[in-house]
Design a protein around this ligand. Structure first.
Ligand code: NAD
Length: 466
């Protein structure tokens, strides 16, 4: 199965049929401009060269792991077929007049994978590479993730193929509002509740909530990840990173690693990466390498995560950070020697051509689908412990759940209450997955998928949906 998935694919930039598809960094005629037909060409998203990514799509990665777990669970083919496709897939046009005075048409998506356990839940991504295949994969991942941490939600995801870094704030606002206008019919606090993801943040959630409110009346529970001033939850911004760190702390015990003594590398210094780094540093750990889309830096002496976060908040990039670390090739970040490597950027960045170079004892997946199945297999053979995305980065959706609960009750929790409850849920989920992995003698990822799938299948069949 692993070979089938990867062998059919070639590395980015090496189409088996020749270079017919525009390659990353080789923007097509409409690259990111959003004129007319939805632009499906590969696009250059930032000015500096980005590290290589696998050609295995996010969808193939999620399908691979679903297939492995379904086989072990002996899920009948007809039942598995229900989960191999989505309940609902909405694709809309998002026309927006930009600063050049022209109307640009972006493509927007909302995919609801499965709602057996409750309302659909999942982020909204603004990124030029967003397409239906990716959104589908991320929606399915949310179904298993919410089940693994035992939240009363189904799985969904959405996105718009726009590059927010190239737009003015009022243009991003126009994209958000236009997108909400097109998809509001399938959303709502008891139907589907979006949250932030790559390229979106609390401000974007505020615009989405406001737009939804124009049509339905003030409804704070219609999105999560909102600013505190608009009934967002204390602790939501740091929640995914905090969850990553809880999982790391539990997993470290299993490999006799003292968190205070550990050295870590973070790939992607956005919401998830920067919070993970700051919270790891607060435990006493040392960041020895870090990257963003602009470049990578590394030093054995350590990079101050708080100072780097401040530098990025002020508009700086990781590559330009003057904190005593030397710039390295982004592709070499994976080879930096450390105890823990934390991918917190995009999918498929640890693949069969760089997995063998990794020089860590543990990977804690802050990003969604960062590791391809082939890379996972190589790393397992090398003895690297992997904490899978569906468990490790669930902290965000856990606190999104808390935000939704608070909004429905019009009652506020303080940050300590949020953080304590988050810790309890993450630790419980870790141990449920770890017990299963031990019992079945498998790594954590198959155990996590099995747990999630079992819970969703039970809910779907008890409802009479399957
Ligand atoms: P973000 O947009 O805040 O940050 C993304 C970071 O990745 C940025 O620093 C960007 O420069 C960097 N990046 C982009 N391309 C890169 C490349 N080629 N090499 C190195 N760095 C690169 O996004 P985020 O919300 O932090 O999400 C990061 C990952 O975590 C995504 O996979 C997302 O799906 C996942 N995730 C996010 C949340 C959440 O609550 N935000 C929850 C669960 C999972």
């Amino acid at each position: 199965m692993i070979d089938e998935v990867t062998d059919e694919r070639t590395r980015e930039g090496e189409s088996a049929a020749g270079p017919a598809v525009p390659q990353e960094g080789e923007a097509g005629p409409h690259a990111g401009a959003g004129h007319g037909e939805p632009d499906k060409s590969a696009k250059k998203t930032e000015d500096a060269p980005a590290p290589s990514r696998a050609e295995v799509s996010n969808y193939e990665i999620v399908e691979h792991w679903f297939g492995v777990a379904a086989e072990r669970l002996e899920l009948p083919d007809d039942v598995a077929a229900v989960f191999r496709s989505s309940y609902r897939e909405v694709q809309v046009q998002v026309p927006v007049k930009l600063g050049d005075g022209k109307v640009h048409v972006f493509s927007g998506y909302r995919v609801q994978h499965n709602g057996a356990r409750g309302p659909y839940k999942g982020g909204i991504r603004f990124h030029p590479e967003v397409d239906l295949d990716e959104v589908r994969a991320l929606a399915e991942l949310m179904t298993w993730k919410t089940a693994i941490v035992n939240l009363p939600y189904g799985g969904a995801k959405g996105g718009v193929n726009v590059d927010p870094s190239k737009l003015e704030s009022h243009e991003v606002q126009a994209v958000a509002r236009s997108f909400m206008d097109k998809i509001e019919k399938v959303l709502g606090p008891t139907r589907d509740i979006p949250a932030p993801d790559v390229g979106t943040n609390a401000q974007v959630m505020a615009w989405l909530m406001d737009e939804y409110g124009k049509l339905h009346g003030h409804t704070p529970a219609c999105v999560t990840g909102k600013p505190i001033a608009l009934e967002g939850s204390q602790g939501r911004e740091a929640a995914t990173g905090r969850g990553v760190v809880h999982v790391f702390q539990e997993a470290a015990k299993g490999i006799d690693l003292d968190p205070a003594d550990s050295r870590f590398v973070v790939q992607g210094f956005g919401n998830v990466g920067s919070w993970t780094a700051r919270l790891m540093q607060a435990l006493g750990a040392t960041m020895v390498g870090v990257s963003d889309a602009s470049g990578a830096i590394a030093t054995e002496d350590g990079i101050d995560a708080e100072e780097l976060a401040e530098h990025v908040r002020e508009g700086g990039t990781v590559g330009a950070f003057n904190g005593g670390a030397g710039e390295i090739d982004s592709d070499d970040l994976v080879a930096v020697e450390c105890d823990v490597f934390i991918p917190a950027a995009l999918g498929g960045m640890i693949h069969k051509d760089n997995a063998d170079r990794m020089n860590c004892r543990m990977i804690v997946e802050g990003a969604n689908s960062p590791t391809t199945p082939s890379a996972d297999s190589i790393l397992n053979d090398k003895g690297v412990t992997i904490m899978p995305d569906v468990l490790a980065n669930a902290g965000g959706v856990v606190v999104s759940y808390f935000e939704w609960v608070q909004n429905l009750q019009h009652f506020r929790w303080n940050e300590d209450q949020v953080n304590e409850r988050l810790a309890e849920i993450m630790r419980r989920a870790f141990h449920e997955v770890a017990d299963r992995a031990k019992q079945n003698d498998t790594p954590m990822r198959p155990a996590a998928y099995e747990l999630g799938i079992e819970r969703v299948v039970e809910a779907a069949s008890t409802r009479g949906y399957i």
